[in-house]
Design a protein around this ligand. Sequence first.
Ligand code: ATP
Ligand code: MG
Length: 245
Amino acid sequence: MSRQAFNMFITGASGSGKTTYLHEVIRAGKNRCLFDVCINTSRQLSEFYTHRYYLGHEQLSRRYDPAKLADLIRAQRSIHFEVAPGDGVYEFMNSLGQACMSLGQFETRYGLVRITVDEAQNFLPKHNMPPGMKRVEAEGRKYGVDIIKVTPVFGSTGDDTVDSAAYKQATRIAIFPMGEQRQRERVMQTWPEIPDPGTFKYPNPQTKRPGEYAVYDRLTGRGVVARLAPDGSRYLEKIGAWRQA
Ligand SMILES: Nc1ncnc2c1ncn2[C@@H]1O[C@H](COP(=O)(O)OP(=O)(O)OP(=O)(O)O)[C@@H](O)[C@H]1O
Ligand SMILES: [Mg+2]
């Protein structure tokens, strides 16, 4: 039996708690992958990786050979890439996708590679999705290649958003508070089990109080909304297809 896919999509407004939640996701999955790669536009999350690279415009103007990138990941196992958005990102992400697929194995029972992409609208953009990453989305599941994507922009009509391939294959969805009407509607249309994220409370950086969010698993059809009681304690509200006990 091949293993279940882990393809996660996380969205919510700016400052809604996405990256903070990602800390938990990254920690929880650490021992379930052999090779762990993160791509971000900043140094955020680099503390979870043993090797760190900065790719500015100069580095990105080089061509990254997928085989050499695969060798690097194989040797170092845990890598954070801080990548300057703009020219060269498309080629780099294309090579990275190919490299990660080459590290996978057909019908493996194990998680081999995990790719975590924060600020994914820069790396998996609408109308310009690198083919190597499209392949991870379509076939990563069969090869033990997991992917986690985080973006504040979802369902916007503009270009500053992720390609639909970045959320259509996702089996686990996490939705954080959002105010923008169009984005809220898009979430509810795409995953009808998820309630209006306009009702979710934002985290409070001053008081350190966490916010509210929904996590929905498309494989089981079940999810929860992590709510906050007035006294600050958490309670879970079930959503989707839970059978009555
Ligand atoms: N679970 C939490 N507990 C306490 N505070 C939190 C929690 N989640 C988020 N915060 C607070 O909210 C702030 C914003 O959170 P975070 O950076 O995770 O949001 P984000 O959605 O990634 O925002 P952006 O889109 O700007 O990257 C954090 O600096 C932190 O102070
Ligand atoms: Mg963030």
